[in-house]
Design a protein around this ligand. Sequence first.
Ligand code: HEC
Length: 121
Amino acid sequence: MNKLLVLSLLATLGACSSRQGEVVADGAENYERYCAGCHNPGPGHGATMLLAEKGRPVPALIGRKDLEYDYLHSVVRQGLIEMPPFRPTELSDTEIKQIYEHIMAQKLPPAKAEPAKNKAL
Ligand code: HEC
């Protein structure tokens, strides 16, 4: 009887500690949480504005195709001038990789359209 109790207790504990059903943030969510505030396109995003001043052709991270994973990883770990570093307890290497993959998977924002020509002419 006692053995049965212990066994069922163990089974319950096992179920509790299982990661099943746990919501794990993916690259897109972590990008939104940790990077978007500074790096999204458009005014009001400090990093984007600074990188535009530095002459990056695509100042936001989304839409860039020239980013190497090793470079992004070391910037995230060490910070860069104005950018704060992230410790492994905040973002694991796997999570940084997923953020990188999310950035690289995004389509370039549509190229600036030519001013519309008057089709009636
Ligand atoms: C508090 C604002 C802030 C946050 C949050 C932030 N960054 Fe940055 N990041 C910056 C700034 C500012 C720069 C430009 C640094 C400089 O050159 O002065 C930068 C630069 C970079 C660069 C270098 C870009 C280049 O062209 O050289 C990469 C890559 C980068 N950040 C990735 C990330 C990623 C990935 C995250 C999320 C995990 C993130 N950043 C979060 C502010 C931020």
